[in-house]
Design a protein around this ligand. Sequence first.
Ligand code: HEC
Length: 160
Amino acid sequence: MRKIRLLSILMSLTILVMLAACSGNGNTTTSTSSTGTTTSSSTTTSSSTTTSTSTNTGPTYAQMAVSGQAVYAGQCASCHGAQGQGGVGPAVMGQSHNLRNYTNAANLLNKIATTMPWSSPGTLTQQQYWDVLAYLLVQDGFVTSQTTFDANNLSQVPLA
Ligand code: HEC
């Protein structure tokens, strides 16, 4: 008889402890760890750091495409192919890409910057998105390499 009473006391104690632990947990604030600022492994070169303000002083597409090529190789090629021919993701360079559907560079940038890399969207820096955009536009012949890049004017760059 004593044994059983002791047991039930022990049990109700553990239940109390569990309840306390639970209510404590309910009040804890959610952690604010991932802020989407993960820095990517590839270091951005200092070649094109201007946030051009619609003057003609910005870098050319060709200059940006240099670092853009590195971004592509490190962050995109695994799914879109080394030559952009497609793989897990659709072709983004070469004969069979459908980037014309985005009609202008601003729409394409928006697509890339908000949904790519597919596995971790939005994790590249603004500069890296600009650079890789420039790389695709040069490779696909949408701009001439000597065109000046202007971040404020991308909707005026047709994908035709
Ligand atoms: C983990 C695989 C993966 C990675 C890495 C990745 N993509 Fe994608 N990408 C996809 C898939 C899958 C799609 C098709 C689904 C969609 O459009 O969201 C896609 C679609 C696209 C499209 C639209 C193509 C079209 O025909 O509409 C573009 C442009 C693009 N990716 C560019 C990029 C760039 C630039 C990078 C590197 C910064 C990148 N992707 C990294 C898998 C990937």
